[in-house]
Structure formats: structure tokens, C-alpha cells
Design a protein around this ligand. Structure first.
Ligand SMILES: [Zn+2]
Ligand SMILES: [Zn+2]
Length: 238
């Protein structure tokens, strides 16, 4: 009883409220109340390579990864890309809610736990300079910062340049996206690392991660993972 009383005093003093429903929360380490945490979209059965949700738990890989595997080796996503994560992501990217970055990073750290020993460095997906000017920040870099700090890994911010502004491709059908992205990235110097984790906010078709991983591997990287906050189910691709 004293403990419950103490918890409510702490939540009052700390002024911590659930990000989604704004009810006060007791656990100082949490950002969402237990009810909202329960409602978050999780991918229960994911393809071990591309992270897309699988219909059954019998297979380790989806049909796409068996017939035409992507250039990256493994995907970790904290959530599926559905509401309320979709709403929070929109607030993060388009309404400059940068305080969400460490919250998303914490969710991703909880999902990855102990990173594969081959991962030596983190590569936030580069933005085209025109897009960076428009948005004012690179959402992948802000996400990567607390992760790099937690795992004590360097961030590769000058390794790869985005040559073409392909981000408007969300209107394109999936098969045209991959084509549109070919040659979109350029490696500016030989990578010093053999294992790299690409950091991204949302992974939809995976074309961007695929092209980035292809560019890394063409330049001597052996092993590439993708760490994203949310992974869309291929059927939901927009
Ligand atoms: Zn809540
Ligand atoms: Zn797959």
C-alpha cells in the first residue's frame, strides 16, 4: 500500500504521462501505460531475413527471401507498422517530435538485446541534402545516436552519400521502387568495418535497405543487418 502510494507520488512529481492516452504512469522507465503497451503492433512470426510477418511459424524465411534474397542478412524491428506506431512516427518525422527518438531507440534496444558480434558499426540511412534541408534533421541519425551510445559502436555518417532524392517514391508501386533506387547511394571511402547495422525508422518494401546493403557489400562489407523501429507487412506497403 505504501509502495502504491509512493509510486503515485513519484508519477505525480515526475509528471510522467503515457505518450498515447496521457494517463499518468507509475513506472519511471516506461513511456506508455500498460494498456497502450498492450495495444502496440508486434510482428509475432517474422521472416528471419527480411523481417516481414509470416503466416505460420513453420518456415524461417518468406517466399521472397527464398527465391530472391535481399542484400541484407537480417532485420530486427521493434514493431509492426500500424497504429498507434504509425501515428507516433508521423509526429516524429513530420511534426519534429524529436523527443520520440530516444523512446523509439529504447524499444529497438529491447528488441535487439545483445547485437550480433559481427556488427561493428551503425549506418543511419542517409538523407538526400535537399530532403535534409526540408526536414531539418535526419530521423535515422537521431534514432541511431542513443543506440550507438548504448552499444558503444561508431556511427558512419560520412561513408555513404545519397546521390538522388528518391524519397518521394512512396507513391510508387513496390516493383518500381527498387528500380528507382538502383545506384541511389555512393560509397565515398572504403569501409573500415566488415559488419554494419543499417538504422532506419520505417521499413516498407525494404528497397532502400536492399540498395544500401548492396552498396556496402560491393565495397567490402560482409554482413549487414537492418535495425528499424517499424516494419510494414508487405501487403500494407504504400
Ligand atoms: Zn496509455
Ligand atoms: Zn523474407
Amino acid at each position: 500500500m505504501v509502495y502504491n502510494w509512493l509510486k503515485s507520488v513519484l508519477s505525480f512529481v515526475s509528471g510522467r504521462h503515457c505518450l498515447l492516452c496521457h494517463h499518468s504512469i507509475d513506472e519511471l522507465a516506461d513511456d506508455l501505460c500498460p494498456e497502450c503497451q498492450h495495444d502496440l503492433p508486434v510482428v509475432r512470426q517474422a521472416c528471419q531475413q527480411c523481417g516481414a510477418s509470416l503466416e505460420t511459424g513453420f518456415l524461417s524465411h518468406c517466399g521472397n527471401c527464398i527465391t530472391a534474397p535481399p542484400a541484407y542478412d537480417r532485420v530486427f524491428s521493434a514493431y509492426g507498422y500500424a497504429n498507434p506506431i504509425r501515428q507516433l512516427m508521423t509526429a516524429y518525422k513530420f511534426q519534429q517530435q524529436l523527443s520520440l527518438a530516444p523512446i523509439f531507440a529504447r524499444a529497438l534496444l529491447a528488441r535487439i538485446k545483445q547485437p550480433d558480434s559481427r556488427i561493428e558499426a551503425l549506418l543511419p540511412v542517409p538523407l538526400h541534402p535537399a530532403r535534409l534541408r526540408q526536414r531539418g534533421f535526419n530521423q535515422a541519425i537521431e534514432l541511431a545516436r542513443p543506440i550507438a551510445q548504448a552499444y558503444q559502436k561508431p556511427m558512419l555518417l560520412k561513408l555513404i552519400r545519397r546521390k538522388r532524392n528518391t524519397e518521394t517514391q512512396s507513391n510508387l508501386p513496390a516493383k518500381h521502387r527498387a528500380k528507382n533506387l538502383r545506384g541511389a547511394f555512393e560509397c565515398l571511402q572504403p569501409p573500415d568495418y566488415k559488419g554494419v547495422a543499417i538504422i532506419d525508422d520505417v521499413m516498407t518494401t525494404g528497397s532502400t535497405a536492399d540498395e544500401l546493403a548492396r552498396t556496402l557489400k560491393l565495397n567490402g562489407v560482409d554482413y549487414v543487418e537492418v535495425w528499424c523501429v517499424a516494419r510494414a507487412h508487405p501487403k500494407n506497403n504504400t
